[in-house]
Each structure stands twice: as C-alpha cells, then as structure tokens.
Design a protein around this ligand. Structure first.
Ligand code: SAM
Length: 237
C-alpha cells in the first residue's frame, strides 16, 4: 500500500457518493487478506455490505458470513443469502458477541465502523476472543483535521496512537496509516457531506452559527480523512 495521499473528487463518481471513501477503504481492507479459506467471516459494523461485496469478488472463500450492525435499515440493505446470518446488535454490548460462535479458522473484519466504539477496550477485547485473525480499517482523529483545528474542537473519534495502544493489548498487530482527500465543487457541498457522512458524527456539536462561520474560514477545497489499517493475530486464541 502506498503512503501517498489518495485523492477523490465528489464529482468523479456518478453514484451517490456519500460513502466514496468508505467504499475505497472496504476494498483496500479486503485486498489485504491473503488468499485463504475460512469457515466463518464476521463483519462488525457491516453497513450495507461493502465488505461482503468485495469478499465475493475476491479469491477468498468462506462457508458462512456473519453481518453485524446496530442499524436495522443498514442490515436490510445488506445482501442476503442462505450463507449470511444478519445480527442486529450494538458492538458496545455483550449481547452482540454472546450468540457468535467461531472456531480457529474464522476471520473477523471491520471496516469504517470501530471509530464508533464507546469503549474500544471492550469491543476489541470481545472481538479478539472470536477469531484468531483480524483485519480492521478505522478512521482516526486526523479525519477532518483542518476543520477541527479551525473550529477549535477536538475530534470525537480516537487518535491513531490511542487505537494502536488498545489494539496491541489484544493483538499482535501490524499497522498502516493512509490519508485520503475528497474534493468538492463548493464549500456548501462539503458541509452537506459532513452532515451526511458516517465518519465523524456529522459534527453535531457545532451550532448553525458556528458552522456558517467555519464555512467562511475553511481554507481547503477538500476534506481530509485518515484511516488506520490493522492486521492482527489475537493474543487470546
Ligand atoms: C461508516 S459505516 C461502514 C459500513 C461498512 N462496514 C462499510 O465499510 O461500508 C459504519 C457502520 O457501523 C455501524 N455502527 C455504528 N455504531 C455501531 C455499533 N455500536 N454497533 C454496531 N454497528 C455500529 C453503523 O450502523 C454503520 O452501518
């Protein structure tokens, strides 16, 4: 994976591109997995199935796929098949993990979702008990970095180092950081995107007035994203 910043334009994509970066991230994550066969693949925070869609077009094979998400509308949009079990659950709770059984040949994945863990120690600790091997892609606090600096607010999501520290408690892990830029035709479009994107909480804590002020001051025609890619071997299995 190259460390160069990967650039995207909101207008280069015909389809609804609210999840242009997430789609790219899921693709990259699945490409990191060596060709292999797994009994069960677990996708934590599966959304509408970006990981699953990339898995079925890859050389990877599996018998069962467990798709877990706390959003019912997302799970409804996830592909269905007799090999797919959908679990409607919150990965911040024990319930989410209680009914998942796994074995030594299962694989756990999570793309663009774990930045939302309320207690990363808990979520990662639970995940490490479910599968010997893990691949994660997690947005870091450097996502929307300039925007946060100008607004004088701190990111609502974990920093790269906080993520690494927690993950290393449960996994023998290797890490790769990757930056992305998404450019826009207008500042209005950009702020509309921030509201809709699932990456950083939609900057809920900014008032309308603060947002307007921020729009005047924002110096870039793109948004910044940073993703930590993780390959992990569980220390508990
Ligand atoms: C940005 S989307 C990524 C979806 C998908 N993995 C992808 O790569 O396109 C984040 C997903 O995490 C889910 N999510 C957020 N918090 C969650 C939680 N506490 N428990 C389970 N899923 C959660 C959301 O519902 C959403 O589907």
């Amino acid at each position: 994976m190259s460390n160069a910043v990967q650039e995207f334009s909101r207008f280069a994509h015909e389809y609804d591109s609210y999840n242009v970066i997430q789609a790219e991230v899921a693709k990259t994550l699945v490409k990191m997995i060596p060709v292999s066969h797994h009994t069960t693949v677990l996708d934590i925070g599966c959304g509408r199935g970006e990981v699953y869609k990339n898995m079925v077009t890859s050389d990877l094979s599996f018998e069962n796929f467990i798709a877990l998400d706390s959003s019912l509308p997302m799970l409804t949009l996830h592909p269905s098949a007799h090999t797919i079990r959908k679990i409607h659950a919150d990965f911040n709770t024990l319930d989410a993990f209680a009914t998942i059984s796994s074995d030594h040949n299962s694989l756990i994945l999570s793309s663009s979702a774990l930045q939302w863990s309320k207690d990363l120690d808990f979520t990662i600790g639970q995940m490490a008990q479910k599968s010997p091997t893990a691949y994660f892609a997690i947005f870091t606090a450097n996502t929307f970095k300039t925007l946060h600096q100008i607004a004088g607010i701190s990111s609502p999501i974990y920093s790269d180092s906080a993520l690494r520290d927690t993950i290393e408690k449960y996994y023998h892990a290797s890490f790769e950081l990757k930056e992305y830029r998404l450019s826009f035709g207008s500042i209005r479009e950009m702020f509309h995107y921030i509201k809709k994107s699932g990456v950083s909480g939609g900057e809920k804590h900014l008032s309308y007035k603060q947002t307007k002020e921020l729009m005047k001051q924002y110096p870039l025609d793109y948004l910044e994203f940073e993703v930590l890619y993780v390959t992990g071997n569980s220390l508990s299995i």
